[in-house]
Design a binder for this molecule. Sequence first.
Ligand code: FNR
Length: 369
Amino acid sequence: SPQQMILSIPDLKDAGSAKLTEVIKNFYNDGSTNQITVHENTTAYDKYRLRARVLRDVSKVNPSTAVFGQNIDFPLCVSPAGLQAMAHEDGELATSRACAKRNIHMGVSSFANYSVEDIVEAAKLGTATAPIAHVMQLYTMKDRKMQERIIRRAEKAGCRAIFLTADSPVLGVRYNEYRNDFRAPENVKLPMLERSTMEVRSKTHDSNFTGFSEDAHSWTHEIPYLRAITRMEIWIKGVVTAEDVVLAREFGCDGVIVSNHGGRQLDQTPATIDVLQECVEAAAGKIRVHIDGGIRSGADIFKALALGAECCWVGRPAIWGLAYDGEAGVTKGLDILYEEFRRCMQLTGCNSVSDISKASLGVVRSDGP
Ligand code: FNR
């Protein structure tokens, strides 16, 4: 029936969310505290307008780009988000297969329900090597030995980079998790943390998983250590200011993900699209700048590129796809974003991603660029 047609990411959100229990839906969809940042991450994109160009030959449009030295179909990858088996039993394996089919890279959360080895393997689709790149997300952890084991496993599995999530020395305030007494189900595992959810629960539930995090973390404590023990690229995930981009440069990081953790950490941080420009300026072409948070359409991807991002990442859209229909649902979401982005390029007269610039954007509100 027409009501079931999935034409957009909001459609996928509705259809996917409808398949989840209230508790799990809230865990995935909600942000922290007053929900200001999670909401604004998406609505902020509406401030920017597209300057359509006409009578340009766009028959040979090419949305592909290179990320981690490897071509992907379009400038989008899937953010590392934990506990995907609560959305669909195939969890991160299904996400990995869908990313491989769409030829885009994927982040693996430390809270993944499948191992990095199995997730990378799932992307091989009949060939010997994974056609896409995976990156391993790490939290700053009290347990250095475990952190190092995760790094070694990621390296061995063939991961290209570490995403050090730097925005979580403590967890954000998540009312839904407190009210619902949210606990990951017993039947899902946390193989990167070498624990069952039962063990995590009994050890750290009172502090909401923060038993793993290192609140004494710092640039000097983390970055030289990581540099010394691995040759993978090191990216900082969770940066929202020019100051922190400058520090990432000074500490020799390879890139930053402009991210507010999908509005799940500090509420009332700005929408990531609104701080992208200051971060790009601070990077000054010396380190790479990617962005995530609130991206729900191909036009959003286009706007982020116009404001200087090299690539975008999405978290929840993949989860909604998983909830809706497993691997096929994720593929559906990624295909929607691909087609929308490609069409947006054509209607703005851009034949390659390098044609996308600030000249493609206008603004409708004074608090825009
Ligand atoms: C996340 N995110 C996240 N980030 C991270 O570094 N490690 C993690 O384990 C998780 N886990 C996680 C779970 C869930 C359910 C969500 C929704 C998000 C944040 C994620 O990587 C990304 O920054 C955001 O999801 C991007 O925002 P959107 O696209 O979800 O709006």
